[in-house]
Design a protein around this ligand. Structure first.
Ligand code: F0G
Length: 458
């Protein structure tokens, strides 16, 4: 008999999660105005809202917390982290920040001016926010295959080189402070970028004298996909792969809440001394002194260990294959999802799942709410509500894809939880034709409405 897969860790500490009844959840979600962000976590059974800062630390990380050095300047925890970042990324200079968007704020303060353009592959919301806040523009150069959920392309995070070259040719290089490549690409479904593509983007950037920055929040998952899917990397270690792709860039911003395996933290790593010096000033103003940047000493220590653990094959296999297990299971039930499965999440395709609910009635949100009512599972809508209104016409913007993201926290849930999620989805899918109506908005904020929007059932 072929042996089944089993995780390369055992559990030392457990946290209870509350079960609830469907009647309770119907009441709670109504009180929350059908907005899953308004639910307190004790009303959620399985929380798939995000994989950011929601992972479980290892015993070695917790041990590091106890010996954290809380010195304001030059703490030994800072040096541990700096050495690990150097070892894993190869970048010369390092600045800690309190999370990923803070790293963006500091680095972009040093580099981005009004009127600039920053090409990349489906910039994450906060990245785009920090660009647009500075009156600059984010230009999406992701390959077209990324936007067809059934296309099995192995590297749907890739940058379209023609689109990138067009940006370089139509804007003077003084207006392009850098190009940003997000690995893996969250906004296109947790999809990886191939080494070949990174290399080609790097060559094009060099040819046009443009800096290349990585948004590296999920860089280790990206390396795992390269090892599994790209010829020539089968026998490389994850650390060799990460070192190789970072060698093609000039720097990175990091949300350590993902592949850093910690609950809070971020950093910037760079090769250019000039940029580092500029960034120091903003780091001190916004984050704190350069040897802590908004992080506790103990958290820097835990992050150093987390980065090491996240770049080990066994951990990544357990992580990415758990998500694929859930994906395969629900695909077998006929549930439409984004393929290939992402590195951190499964994305349900609501346009195919509940086409019977009109788009104007927020079908992806309706599906996310149903998942909560039936199973106590909290996912997140990545559809019309998130896409918000056109700033000029104030009409709803209808994106090509209406998705529900089920982000899986790292080392938190078991295969039984995956089976439970799959069964809930099957039951919803089997009765999908009964779903005729969704929701209407009764109250919304002028921007970023999804966090606070109030809805009513139609
Ligand atoms: N870049 C990417 C690709 C991200 O996914 C995120 C956060 C950030 C930057 C910002 O990092 O949260 O530490 O400030 N993504 C979270 C998510 C919020 O749920 O996908 P942060």
């Amino acid at each position: 008999m072929k042996l089944p897969y089993a995780e390369p860790y055992k559990i030392k500490m457990v946290e209870s999660v509350k079960r609830s009844t469907k009647e309770q959840r119907l009441k709670w979600i109504k009180e929350a105005h059908y907005n899953l962000f308004n639910l307190s976590s004790n009303k959620v059974f399985i929380d798939l809202l995000t994989d950011s800062g929601t992972g479980a630390m290892s015993d070695k990380q917790w041990a590091e917390m106890m010996i954290g050095d809380e010195s304001y300047a030059g703490s030994s925890s800072f040096h541990k982290l700096k050495d690990t970042v150097k070892k894993i990324t190869g970048f010369k200079y390092f600045l800690p920040t309190h999370q990923g968007r803070a790293a963006e704020n500091v680095l972009f303060s040093a580099l981005v001016k009004a009127g600039d353009v920053i090409p990349g592959n489906s910039h994450f919301d906060t990245t785009k926010g920090h660009i647009e806040f500075r009156q600059a523009a984010a230009i999406d150069c992701t390959i077209d295959e990324a936007f067809d959920t059934s296309n099995p392309h192995p590297f749907k995070g890739n940058v379209d080189l023609k689109k990138l070259e067009a940006v370089f040719k139509t804007h003077p290089k003084e207006k392009i402070p850098f190009c940003i490549v997000t690995i893996t690409c969250n906004s296109s479904g947790g999809q990886p970028v191939s080494m070949e593509n990174i290399k080609a983007v790097s060559a094009l950037c060099k040819q046009h004298e443009i800096t290349l920055i990585f948004d590296a929040a999920r860089f280790a998952e990206n390396a795992y996909f390269i090892k599994k899917r790209e010829t020539g990397f089968e026998n490389k270690t994850i650390k060799e792969i990460t070192k190789t792709f970072f060698s093609f860039g000039d720097g990175m911003t990091m949300s350590s809440k993902k592949d850093g395996l910690v609950n809070m933290g971020g950093f910037i790593a760079l090769n250019d001394e000039e940029t580092y010096k500029k960034a120091i000033t903003f780091n001190i103003m916004f984050e704190g002194f350069i040897t802590y940047g908004g992080m506790n000493g103990r958290d820097m220590g835990a992050l150093a260990v987390g980065l090491d653990e996240a770049t080990e094959f066994d951990y990544l296999e357990s992580r990415v294959e758990q998500i694929a297990y859930l994906g395969k299971k629900i695909v077998a039930f006929g549930v439409p999802v984004q393929k290939p499965f992402g590195g951190h999440a499964i994305f349900l395709d609501a346009n195919k799942f509940v086409p019977t609910i009109p788009r104007e009635e927020y079908r992806a949100q309706a599906l996310a709410v149903e998942l909560y009512i039936i199973g106590g599972i909290r996912g997140v809508e990545i559809g019309t509500i998130l896409a918000d209104r056109d700033p000029i016409t104030r009409e709803n913007r209808y994106p090509d894809l209406e998705l529900v993201r089920l982000a899986i926290p790292r080392r938190v849930y078991s295969y039984n939880h995956m089976d439970y999620i799959a069964a809930v989805l099957k039951n919803i899918f089997d009765s999908r034709n009964e779903a005729k109506h969704g929701y209407k908005i009764v109250e919304e904020a002028p921007i970023m409405r999804h966090f606070t929007v109030k809805l009513e059932k139609i």
